[in-house]
Design a protein around this ligand. Structure first.
Ligand SMILES: [Zn+2]
Length: 480
């Protein structure tokens, strides 16, 4: 039973909720109509543009084509590890899709990439007097050497920082397996903050372990979620330090191993991986463009990366970015927009390992004038806005476009953005722009078997495509 005072408060809250509901409803209706009483979205932007953006959103939200394309990419091609046959299938598939779109130009850029293969399903267990034998879900980290057929086995030393490892020194580490178990920091609003706080263990753990004589490293997955999927991702060796095998362990597995170690420091851990590096192979960026009617030599680039990790289907990372980029071209065509500038989409290869695609593109196109480059590589989640880097003038202009997007609940128009693939255009004079999306679930899937088509919501992905198309429309019309 609710006490009287509580009941009063409860009713009052319900009233406020009701008012809020009505406000939200009004905002939604405004958003749908694309205008308010004054005829504009917010009174300050031309109606013609606000209606065009409204139409872009309507077309994107009504269409199921992109989502079906994503389904094909994920289910019929699957994970697209750089250098793999699947990655090349992806290249051919995107090429064919673009060819079928009646664009002005569709072509490939060819360059060599690494060809790392995972090999057999990884296997790991701990053996302890108290707990007996316990198996763990693990995966080889990207580009790690394998253990060889017999695997590696040894005592485990758990650390939560490189400093801790350094303090332990060679006398405590030599001949053992180092278990890096710093959990991702949960405090940031963006989950990228948590990832960024712990991913160093994955990238540099093998080098730091080997520096003190370790025989292998086990790395807690760099993610804010707690589940039993190990997350992979690139790691690096240093040529002056012996190469030792590195595996990722799920966050639940890491907690379990830590618990076991606290009871039995002498437990032994075994893992076996057969990953290896083959000779480089040729791979490709895929490019499609609509030539500008007035300034064809000036390019607005939209892109994402076609390669992915192999454990999942490369859905959020970055299948959705590829599909959204293609969708931007389709939306412009469908709405009869004849851009003044050349609108070019690039499906970059090899973002996950060496960024050969981004590097090659920037080098090859260095004499072209890019006015803006937009990257979508944060997953196909609800967009919140854009982040920018560029000159103060470019940023001021981009921020002035914010008003057009308030009916669609985009509010984040801040400095700082870009993306890995377009970062190589840093000195090109182009404004670098990243689509900012809700990040709460991204690292649940990122680089793991969980990154599957089923986790992508069609409307959320399409809202991202519409946001980019709207921004492209404005940049093209008003310049930067
Ligand atoms: Zn990515």
């Amino acid at each position: 039973m609710i006490r009287i005072l509580d009941k009063f408060v409860f009713l009052h809250i319900m009233k406020i909720k009701h008012l809020l509901y009505l406000t939200v409803l009004a905002a939604l209706i405004t958003g749908f109509a694309g205008k308010n009483k004054s005829g504009n979205i917010s009174g300050n932007v031309p109606q013609e543009d606000s209606l065009m953006i409204r139409n872009i959103y309507s077309e994107a939200l009504m269409s199921f084509e992109s989502y079906e394309n994503l389904r094909y990419l994920c289910k019929n091609i699957g994970g697209r590890l750089t250098g793999s046959p699947e990655a090349e299938k992806g290249v051919n598939w995107v090429f064919e899709i673009l060819k079928g779109m009646n664009l002005d130009n569709v072509y490939l850029q060819e360059f060599p990439v690494r060809n790392w293969v995972r090999g057999d399903k990884e296997y790991a267990f701990a053996e302890s007097k108290k707990y007996g034998k316990k198996e763990f879900n693990v995966c080889a980290l990207g580009t790690s050497i394998g253990t060889g057929e017999n695997g590696v086995s040894g005592k485990v030393i758990e650390v939560k920082s490189f400093d801790e490892l350094k303090k332990l020194g060679r006398e405590n580490v030599e001949g053992k397996i180092v278990f890096f178990n710093q959990a991702a920091d949960q405090r940031g609003y963006s989950t990228g903050y948590g990832y960024g706080s712990s991913v160093y263990q994955r990238v540099r753990g093998a080098v730091e372990g080997a520096r003190y004589g370790a025989i292998g490293v086990v790395v807690r997955s760099a993610t804010v979620c707690l589940d039993d999927n190990p997350h992979t991702g690139v790691m690096h060796y240093n040529d002056s330090i012996p190469k030792i095998p590195a595996i990722g362990i799920s966050t639940m597995g890491a907690d379990e191993l830590s618990r076991m170690l606290s009871d039995d420091k002498d437990l032994t851990y075994y893992f076996r991986t057969t990953s290896k590096q083959n000779d480089d192979v040729l791979s490709h960026n895929v490019i499609g463009e609509i030539k500008g009617t007035e300034k064809p030599e000036e390019v607005i680039l939209i892109g994402g990366h076609l390669d992915s990790w192999d454990l999942g289907e490369g859905a959020h990372d970055d299948g959705t970015g590829i599909i959204q980029s293609i969708e931007v071209l389709r939306l412009l065509q469908k709405l009869g927009i004849k851009p003044k500038h050349t609108i070019r989409i690039v499906a970059f290869m090899d973002e996950e390992i060496d960024q050969k695609g981004g590097r090659y593109y920037a080098e090859k196109m260095k004499n072209e004038k890019h006015i803006a480059a937009i990257e979508t590589d944060g997953g196909g989640f609800v967009p919140h806005g854009f982040s920018f880097s560029g000159t103060p003038e470019q940023i001021a202009k981009l921020k002035s476009f914010k008003e057009y997007f308030t009916p669609y609940w985009l509010h984040y128009f801040e400095n700082g953005g870009g993306g890995v693939d377009i970062s190589f255009l840093k000195n090109s004079g182009a404004a670098l722009i990243g689509l900012v999306v809700d990040s709460q679930r991204y690292f649940d899937y990122h680089h793991s078997a969980g990154d599957r088509f089923e986790t992508v919501n069609r409307r959320e992905m399409q809202l991202g495509a519409a946001a980019i198309a709207g921004l492209v429309y404005l940049i093209d019309k008003y310049g930067l």
